[in-house]
Ligand binder design. Sequence first.
Ligand SMILES: Cc1ncc(C[n+]2csc(CCOP(=O)(O)OP(=O)(O)O)c2C)c(N)n1
Ligand code: SF4
Ligand code: SF4
Length: 627
Amino acid sequence: MIKDVVMDAEGEKVFFLGNEAIARGAIEAGIDVYATYPGTPSSEISDTLSEACKLLRKMEFYMEYSTNEKVAFEVAVAASMVGKRGMCGMKHVGVNVAADALFSFAYVGAKGGFVVVSADDPTLHSSQNEQDNRWYGEAAKIPVIEPSTVSEAKEMVKEAFTVSEEFNVPVMFRTCTRLNHASGIVELGKIPEKKLEKVDWKRDPFTNVLVPAIARQRKLLLLERLGKVKDAFNKFSFNKISDGNRKEGVIACGLDYVYVVEALERLNVNLPVLKLATQFPLPEKTLEDFISKLDKVAIVEEVDPFVELHVRALAKDYGVEVYGKTNGYFPESYELNIPVVEKGIAKMLGMQPSVDYDSAIQRASEIQSIAPPRPPVFCPGCPHAASFYALKKVSDEYGGIALPSDIGCYTLGVNKPFEAVDICLCMGGGIGISNGLARVVKNKVVVTVGDSTFFHAAIPALIDAVHSQANLTLIVLDNSTTAMTGHQPHPGIVQRGCGVEAKAISVEDLARGLGIEFVEVVRPYNIKKMEETIKRAIEHEGVSVIVAKQLCAILWNRQRKSKGIEIRPFEVLDNCNLCLECVSSFACPAIIYDGEKVWIDAAQCAGCGVCARVCPEGAIKPKKKGS
Ligand SMILES: Cc1ncc(C[n+]2csc(CCOP(=O)(O)OP(=O)(O)O)c2C)c(N)n1
Ligand code: SF4
Ligand code: SF4
């Protein structure tokens, strides 16, 4: 809880979410700047630091939700360049966005400590892919460290800054979903007393200006630094060897250490275990010392066989057999867990697992298959549902429109009954794809994008579409928030990370500024107006933009409650003729058809009134007061 995260009580033990522990680690490390773009599973690190910077009295730091991850990375880089501590946090795919800056900053090197948190998402709980960001460490030549437990996460953030400053390198702090969202006991350290004081800018072009002549020299320096980190990682205090009584051992990477300990207990065997926190560069001496005493070694790690491939090369010299993902002992997809780890180790040992996990999993999936499916749906009153209802009607009228989209709550528009999301590739990808589609398909093209995603990465694609005179319609689903990841602010609203007022940027002004002639703002709850505007936009030659503006229903509800405004639910009257248009074409979760009649669950209804507009019989009306 935030009160514990900002508690100035050294030695106190508290219960933290993994992401809160990382945030507290950043506070204890005395960060000066923290910048981020939200993304699960990293979001609570940033949301916690956003609250903390408003509440902390003793320690000052600057925090912002940046436009995207690349901007966040660069904001934090500036702190490091002047000797202050900069940190940025993002989900794994966010690192793709920041990668251009990341690779070059490795050449510049860190002056003040610099840490980038990469929250990887094995099993794709809330992501479009399952990439393993340890490869970035190897490709960009920067150290990657990964904690095993919640309490270690806090301590290791501080250590990451120490490594960064000692060797002048940016450090990647890799986590996986289970660590971010697990909870554990953490002992609080000291909160440093410090102001965020500005310093004089000192030019250092031979470090900071990466023209080829300078970058060429810095490449050598980068390799030299990496070599030193590699040596130092042989003494890294979070890498630990526990002895066993057998010639088979396990290398347990990051989070998986906890699974390995539990699996060995269940198997009742005492194997030597190397808990590996430094994932790149690998501590070769530590690894050699460990494997040289073994006949067989299992490597347990999340996502790719990253450590395994490196260890295989070493193991040849010692005649040690390696058991990992590449030879089928552990899976290459999805996150690991205790049964999976236990099965892999048992197979290496030629034993049976302590439980018949395969039959248990089979039974669980049989039970799951009889449970009614519950696909995710828009919240009652979601403005995106209204926009997609209108868009689907127009698309049907036109005999099918190409409907690319993007990532956010609105991606739910792919589901029935809307079926108005045809493509979702990556953040900001929809508009570029639409520009391309406009050249190669006969149909009209209408692309939808959320407001946060619009600012994040869609603007360059919109500029391209205008410049290249594409024929497409863009609907910006402007709900004044980044809803999907927990309602963080973005450049379109007047709020920033530390609670400071911000200058809001208007989507419609921006579009007009690009010279787009058709720019209209519509309230999506007015579905007739929405339909009519979409039709006119489609017929407009060139790029047309509709801003569908209505606050996210969750925030709208909160806003009305906090102002004491009554939320007036709607109800279905007796003249309902069971045509079921509201159920089958609009599907607000507050509308229920129980086989006999249609009724509205007043507790869920947001009072948006869209169903009343959808009903052809006029059988839905606001509930009378007191009824
Ligand atoms: C590069 C990248 N960064 C972050 C995310 C996580 N993420 C997915 S959609 C999204 C933004 C959603 O906001 P918005 O576009 O306004 O749509 P809303 O959810 O509010 O409808 C974020 C932050 C991601 N998938 N990819
Ligand atoms: S959180 Fe907001 S934007 Fe997301 S589905 Fe619910 S109402 Fe719609
Ligand atoms: S008014 Fe109708 S559409 Fe809106 S939330 Fe209530 S039931 Fe759903």
